[in-house]
Design a protein around this ligand. Structure first.
Ligand SMILES: Nc1nc2c([nH]c(=O)n2[C@H]2C[C@H](O)[C@@H](COP(=O)(O)OP(=O)(O)OP(=O)(O)O)O2)c(=O)[nH]1
Ligand SMILES: [Mg+2]
Length: 134
């Protein structure tokens, strides 16, 4: 019998600097949706809350300690090969300096320039929300 693969639950963080620019990084080529730009984040492990996963992923990937974040949206998206549930948070306070720690290309991008970057299809609604909020 063929069973549907489980949905991958992902915690995603929208990080803004004092100028209002947004931090994005480019997914490694060999990964799912490789070569596309993303907001930092990663899979929620079974033993943790989404907020814990957000904090852990942002510490691992971009070196910051999140001290406050607010839910922005939840998106489910079916890719040809994978179904994802993106739990998207706006990071409202953090300590530490944002640094990409996993060797991915990265950029701080003004909101009106985000359209120039290629994101995974699931991100369309996130980009609309960010653009609507400025
Ligand atoms: N982080 C992130 N993932 C996204 C975004 N948009 C989007 O479709 N995804 C998808 C791509 C992947 O299928 C999934 C994230 O999984 P991942 O494999 O990168 O997770 P991870 O960072 O925990 O990586 P790993 O250590 O398990 O390899 O979510 C986004 O903006 N940010
Ligand atoms: Mg990740």
């Amino acid at each position: 019998m063929r069973t549907e693969p489980a949905t991958v639950h992902v915690a995603v963080g929208v990080i803004e600097n004092e100028q209002g620019d947004i931090f994005i990084s480019c997914r490694h080529e060999h990964l799912h949706q490789g070569g596309k730009w993303e907001f930092p984040g990663g899979k929620v492990e079974t033993s943790e809350t989404v907020y814990d996963a957000l904090c852990r992923e942002l510490r691992e990937e971009c070196n910051i300690h999140v001290t406050a974040a607010a839910p922005l949206t939840v998106i489910t998206h079916q890719y040809p090969d994978k179904r994802v549930l993106l739990d998207v948070w706006r990071v409202t306070a953090f300590s530490g300096e944002v640094k990409q720690r996993e060797g991915q290309p990265w950029a701080w991008v003004p909101v009106h320039e985000l359209d120039a970057y290629r994101f995974p299809d699931a991100n369309e609604a996130i980009l609309e929300l960010i653009q609507a909020s400025v």
